[in-house]
Write a protein that binds this ligand. Structure first.
Ligand SMILES: [Zn+2]
Length: 402
């Protein structure tokens, strides 16, 4: 049985003095996943979606050791990013087959498994079969009393991101604050890294799209480089204030959504109408700091995942301050990592409602969607992003001196 969420949000803010209090219904309808354990007594097998980030909507037994799992999106139409995550146990050790069928989507994320929800590894290639025609996948899993976690990518969700941010906030040069609340009331946090007095600003956001875990790996590598005890990182922290919102869509991540927030909206198409509380509050918090006297924004980065590593940028003929930053940065990256293929897709269309389009229009700064492949491993992300962050710091420090 599917429950439908419907939340009324009141907007009382209005710039025009004559504007009366405005009542705004921003909530579309999202099908909530029923949280439960699917128990098959005779087989002694249990499937569960009772954890943050889980996605498993239906489960039936179709053979003595075979189960059919149905995964649904939160609402449609939707980008086909069919996220799944569940736990399975068996009273006695056995091998089962779990076949995943996606309603309104196709199999996308290669299966990964974990015994504790923290350390993940790929399910061996000979243990799963992708049916290209049907868009389904069959997994052969060894299960026993201990929970086996199965997901489309390592679970790096609300709790993991927040404990990462809390640990960083103990550093003397990082401050953390709450800048608003998601539709479900979860705090949206911002980290301010570097010199709080500095007029030189960098804006960074991530996880507008729930399944995009490799984007979070990239963000973490970026922040970790800014925190290093090197002359370059120290000098950057002295001269710049970097504002980081690591989790723009906590509700979607918690609910195991494929793409949207609780409003059933792709937040990275809402940076035009700003009908969703998450995008509106992130925009307002960043604009407030950008409105300080003599503030000078330099760069916007939005970390995501897609089918391969790629940078969505403006074209070189679109003027920016700092001038030619994107061209010079990506050239430095290509030179530094000859084994890494720098892919760039340049365009600017403010009508699409992406964060990148809005930041470019508003500030005329390089505004980049920094995409990692869905299946790019953590270690190359750390290595290449660490290098790319050093090149960013060098170029921005040079621009700040001018
Ligand atoms: Zn994305």
């Amino acid at each position: 049985m599917t429950r439908i969420a419907s939340i009324l949000v009141l907007s009382v803010a209005c710039a025009a003095p004559s504007c009366a209090q405005e009542k705004l219904v921003v909530q579309e309808k999202v099908a909530l996943q029923q949280k439960r354990t699917f128990t098959f007594e005779q087989a002694g097998v249990r499937f569960s979606n009772q954890f943050s980030g889980a996605r498993l909507n239906e489960c039936t037994q179709v053979g003595s050791s075979a189960f059919r799992l149905v995964i649904r999106p939160e609402n449609t139409p939707i980008n086909d990013s069919a996220w799944y995550a569940f736990q399975v146990t068996a009273e006695t050790p056995r091998t089962i087959t779990a076949s995943l069928t996606y309603v309104g989507g196709r199999h996308r994320y290669k299966p990964r498994i974990s015994r504790d929800g923290r350390v993940w590894s790929p399910l061996e290639a000979d243990r799963w079969v992708y049916d290209r025609e049907k868009g389904t996948v069959a997994l052969r899993l060894d299960v026993d009393k201990r929970p086996l976690w199965v997901a489309g990518r390592d679970l790096v969700g609300v709790a993991q991101i927040e404990s990462w941010a809390d640990a960083l906030a103990r550093k003397p040069f990082i401050r953390q604050s709450t800048i608003g609340k998601s539709m479900r009331g979860h705090p949206i946090r911002m980290m301010e890294l570097g010199n709080s007095e500095s007029r030189n600003l960098v804006f960074v956001i991530s996880r507008q799209h729930p399944p995009e875990v490799t984007g979070t790996f990239g963000l973490m590598a970026f922040v970790s480089k800014l925190c290093e005890d090197t002359p370059l990182s120290k000098s950057f922290r002295d001269r710049f204030l970097t504002l980081i919102v690591p989790l723009v869509n906590p509700d979607g991540v918690d609910a195991g959504h494929w793409r949207h927030n609780m409003g059933g909206v792709d937040l990275n198409r809402d940076w035009k109408d700003f009908k969703q509380p998450e995008t509106r509050q992130v925009r307002d918090a960043l604009l407030k700091i950008a409105a300080r006297p003599r503030a000078r924004p330099f760069l916007f980065l939005d970390f995501h995942s897609t089918n391969r590593d790629v940078f969505y940028t403006q074209k070189d003929e679109h003027p920016t301050f700092p001038e030619n930053f994107t061209r010079d940065w990506l050239a430095a990256l290509a030179k530094r990592f000859p084994d890494y293929r720098v892919r760039r897709s340049g365009a600017h269309d403010p009508t699409t409602g992406t964060s990148k389009g809005w930041f470019y229009e508003r500030f005329k700064i390089p505004s980049i969607t920094y995409e990692f492949g869905d299946h790019t491993d953590r270690e190359p992300i750390r290595r290449v992003t660490g290098g790319s962050t050093e090149e960013i710091m060098k170029l921005l420090l040079a621009a700040a001196r001018n």
